[in-house]
Design a protein around this ligand. Structure first.
Ligand code: ADP
Length: 334
């Protein structure tokens, strides 16, 4: 996969599992969400009950899965992990719900991508701990009500606004995950380095943090690549210099842009004079799918103030010209 892409696979999954904080105290940053969750969980424990349903919103890699596991651990409950796209039919959801143990945490990633019938079944399950299982077809179909044990649903989504209001309203608490500040990422990196048994200087951690796009998953991934470099080309110690060289080898620049981000910007600047240009045209120019450009590259470029989405198309900002060391054509607004 891509070095800073959003999806985790293979070695990535195993590596991530090893670096997951196990309780709220170990979880770095997100002071608001941490305090709010701490209250919700403490109160539920004191009542001897099940925690209210929790919605976590935020970009990929900010710690939503990790927090769901922490919720289960803090409640002393088992956890089941699935995702919206994995639930094709309401029957798939019924099977999962009816096999939950009392107090179990059900983590539903990308909950906004669930099918409509499954979503409607979920409403009733969340509110009344009950589902109607439909048996048969056509006029002879009957709904058989099934009682569920109380459980805690932890839903995750990139944006809470993507959820239909009836679903959003059924969560007792919504935690909004923010991008991490550089100092917080440095703490994540130092913590991971200890677990990986790698020596990282403060300068090395700062260098990696600055290129990690505010995202712990990316910080951990870059740390592993810098470790590889330090091991093969150096003495194994991750210094500021080793980190900078390693990330140059892996084509992650000093602002965290990777190859895809840079090729999108370069096409926009060099082929289209900074825009405006349509998304499809831009995607063809860099040889990528529309969705890849829109969902993988653009959010970060927009956040960094390098690209703007306008009704007339994609436009480069003056900062984009400066970042690539190019001179904007005369007449470009500064
Ligand atoms: P999400 O579910 O939001 O995509 P994950 O929970 O899978 O993100 O986190 C991705 C990786 O980043 C995991 O390996 C996890 O250990 C690490 N991570 C995320 N948030 C934190 C944090 N607050 N402190 C330490 N590590 C974190």
């Amino acid at each position: 996969g891509r070095l800073v892409g959003a999806t985790a696979e293979g070695e990535e999954l195993a590596a991530e599992a090893a670096l997951r904080p196990k309780d709220l105290a170990e979880f770095v940053g997100q002071p608001k969400v941490r305090e709010q969750l701490d209250l919700v969980l403490r109160a539920a424990r004191a009542r001897g009950g099940t925690a209210d349903h929790v919605l976590l919103s935020g970009a990929p890699g900010l710690g939503k899965t990790t927090l769901s596991m922490i919720i289960a651990a803090e409640m002393g409950a088992p956890i089941r992990i699935t995702s919206g796209p994995a639930i094709q039919h309401a029957g798939d959801l019924a099977a999962i719900l009816s096999s939950l143990a009392e107090g179990e945490v059900l983590f539903l990633d990308e909950i906004h991508r669930m099918s409509r019938p499954a979503e409607e079944m979920l409403y009733m399950a969340m509110e009344d701990f009950r589902v109607d299982v439909i048996v048969g077809k056509g006029p002879g179909a009957t709904a058989i009500p099934l009682e569920l044990p109380p459980f805690t649903l932890v839903g995750a989504t990139t944006r809470a606004g993507l959820l239909p209001p009836p679903l959003r309203d059924r969560f007792g608490f919504t935690g909004h995950m923010e991008f991490y500040a550089p100092a917080e990422l440095e703490r994540v990196i130092h913590r991971s380095a200890r677990l990986l048994d790698v020596t990282v200087s403060d300068g090395g951690a700062a260098e990696i943090a600055g290129r990690s796009r505010g995202t712990p998953r990316i910080a951990n991934r870059l740390l592993r690549r810098v470790r590889d470099y330090a091991q093969v080309r150096g003495d194994g110690v991750v210094t500021e210099e080793a980190a900078a060289r390693a990330l140059t080898v892996f084509e992650v620049d000093d602002r965290g842009l990777d190859r895809l981000d840079r090729s999108v910007l370069e096409a926009l600047l060099k082929l289209f004079g900074g825009g405006p240009v349509g998304l499809s045209t831009l995607a063809v120019a860099v040889g990528e799918e529309r969705e890849t450009v829109e969902e993988v590259a653009e959010p970060f470029l927009v956040r960094e103030g390098l690209l703007a989405r306008t009704p007339r198309g994609r436009v480069a900002t003056p900062a984009a010209w400066a970042h690539l060391g190019l001179t904007p054509p005369p007449g470009t607004p500064a």
